[in-house]
Design a protein. Structure first.
Length: 181
């Protein structure tokens, strides 16, 4: 993975990480790793990992770091090894995950180049996720779970903003308005 471009799309649930990932993938030819999609796929297929993940996700909780890191290491090894780089969508979500990502990339001879922070007001996040739930049928896009997901984000994930700011990698972006902007 040397000479690659590796970026994290960072933001609260519903901030547009998946939407903006698609734009970066199209423009730069990067490999997309959405930990949420990987986990939902395992849940749908009824794998052992899917059953474990579902017990956390259905309550709006994060799955344990060690399990998420094993999954990510496997995806990097099997799927992204020969790509131009990676867009990480929904990972890392905790400081230990950020430190583990740094090590995973280092052992592959590369680094994380930027963390793009999509900043969206909480009221708009709620509206977006409720609409997405109606359109896609995503079970975790209901009012009770959304509130819990946002609380978990503020408690566990938001501290990454400061972590990456100190590393000089955090780039805040206004996540409201027109998608292409």
């Amino acid at each position: 993975m040397k000479d690659t471009l590796n970026v994290v799309l960072f933001g609260a649930p519903g901030s547009g990480k998946g939407t903006q990932s698609a734009k970066l993938i199209d423009k730069y030819g990067l490999y997309h790793i959405s930990t949420g999609e990987v986990l939902r796929d395992h849940i749908k297929r009824g794998t052992e990992l899917g059953k474990i993940a579902d017990s956390y996700i259905s309550e709006g909780q994060l799955i344990p770091d060690d399990l998420m890191i094993k999954i990510l290491d496997d995806v990097l090894e099997k799927e992204a090894a020969d790509k131009k780089g990676v867009v990480f969508d929904g990972f890392p979500r905790t400081i230990p995950q950020a430190e583990a990502l740094k090590e995973l990339l280092k052992k592959r001879g590369t680094d994380l180049h930027a963390v793009i922070g999509l900043e969206v007001p909480e009221e708009e996040l709620m509206e977006r996720m409720l609409l997405r739930g109606k359109e896609t049928g995503r079970a975790d896009d209901n009012p009770e779970t959304i509130k819990n997901r946002l609380k978990v984000y503020h408690d566990q994930t938001h501290p990454l903003r400061e972590y990456y700011t100190k590393e000089g990698k955090y780039l805040p972006i206004n996540g409201t308005g027109i998608v292409d902007e």
